[in-house]
Design a protein around this ligand. Structure first.
Ligand code: NAD
Ligand code: UDP
Length: 329
């Protein structure tokens, strides 16, 4: 039985692929390389270039490989872009997932692990955020993730398709070797942007708003190391493979850091000085997002071992120092 990783050449998918290979799983990757990188996938892994909306391609994959479980990381995930181009987001994130699920059902493959997001919650009234917190997405991106979550519920009812949904908070950090890491173009995430500034590749890092209702006025987020996300996926997949039921889990570290704190910590750990500027609030940013991940800890025996902020920044810094321009391919 092989594991099919859709979007395995992307930031999070590539770390999961590596973790699966390290645990001796046989992995097949499907990726259209819209945002992924060939250099992010180990050479001994079968990579099929193609789009999940191409059901002829998916059928070929399921004919040629005996797939036990599908892990699905493909998405467009830029919040601002999702507000300007909702059709693009529904087409890839919702219709694309539907194509994948439809083909899975046709081939009787009924284990599915899905990348959802804290964006399904919107601006929560109560912290920390549990899986039961009201879902109220404030952007198209979050809405597409919630739509897929709802689809998955009915796929289970009708077809017995079992799914593990993981709602990630702020994925960050890189593999401890510094060989793979985050390489998005355009980059929008805070930590890689700060590190690119520390490297001198950007003139300054902007703090988007300092008048939020938080201790220092800048937004507070829960940063979770990509290797801890990877370990949760493997635990979730193994639970499904041993007969576990569908479920939904938050993945965060349960601690919040402000934008200013992350910038100061990066200066300290890199030893680099760089320019910091104040900027307007970014539309749609909630003041504080902090997860409760007690459910994943209790039910999956998951423990986020890599997620202290120092380790997140140190591992991401190693990746950026080794690959200042990102992947070559
Ligand atoms: P990414 O863009 O680095 O990876 C996505 C991968 O999927 C890329 O390799 C891309 O080429 C591929 N892809 C996209 N659409 C495809 C399609 N139609 N067919 C085939 N391949 C396709 O993104 P990421 O940061 O690794 O995020 C992975 C998943 O996690 C996404 O679903 C994202 O919404 C979700 N997520 C990410 C974060 C985060 O902080 N990075 C937080 C919450 C949720
Ligand atoms: N942020 C910032 N400057 C930047 C990029 C991000 O101040 O150049 C802030 C952003 O407003 C948010 C936090 O950093 O409060 C994390 O943003 P990111 O885009 O990394 O993740 P998000 O929380 O939006 O998923």
């Amino acid at each position: 039985m092989k594991i099919l990783v859709c979007g395995g050449a992307g930031y999070i998918g590539s770390h999961v692929v590596r973790a699966l290979v390290e645990r001796q799983y046989d992995v097949v990757v499907v990726d259209n390389f819209s945002t992924g990188h060939g250099g992010a996938v180990p050479e001994n892994v079968t990579v099929i270039e193609g789009d999940i909306r191409d059901q002829i391609l998916l059928k070929r994959v399921f004919e040629e490989h005996t797939i036990g479980c599908v892990m699905h990381f493909c998405a467009n995930s830029l919040v601002g872009e999702s507000m300007e181009q909702p059709i693009k987001y529904y087409h890839n994130n919702v219709y694309g997932t539907l194509c994948l699920l439809e083909t899975m059902v046709e081939y009787n493959i009924k284990k599915f692990v899905f990348s959802s997001s804290a964006a399904v919650y919107g601006e929560p009234k109560i912290l920390p955020i549990t899986e039961e917190t009201e879902k109220n997405p404030t952007n198209t991106y979050g809405e597409t993730k919630l739509t897929v979550e709802k689809m998955l519920k009915w796929m289970d009812v009708a077809y017995g398709l079992k799914s593990m949904v993981f709602r990630y908070f702020n994925a960050a950090g890189a593999h401890s070797t510094g060989e793979i890491g985050e390489d998005h173009d355009p980059e929008t995430h805070l930590i890689p942007l700060i590190l690119q500034t520390a490297l001198g590749l950007r003139e300054k890092i902007s703090i988007f708003g300092e008048d939020y209702n938080t201790p220092d006025g800048s937004c507070v987020r829960d940063y979770i190391h990509v290797l801890d996300i990877a370990s949760a996926h493997i635990l979730g997949m193994e639970k499904l493979m041993s007969g576990g039921d569908s479920n939904i889990y938050n993945l965060g570290d349960g601690k919040g850091f402000s934008v200013k704190e992350v910038i100061e910590k990066t200066k300290e750990l890199t030893g680099r000085e760089f320019k910091v500027a104040m900027a307007e609030r970014r539309p749609g940013d909630p003041a504080t997002l902090i997860a409760s991940s007690e459910k994943a800890k209790q039910e999956l025996s998951w423990s986020p071992e890599h997620s202290d902020l120092d380790n997140i920044i140190k591992t991401a810094w190693k990746w950026h120092l080794n690959h200042p321009q990102g992947y070559e391919v």
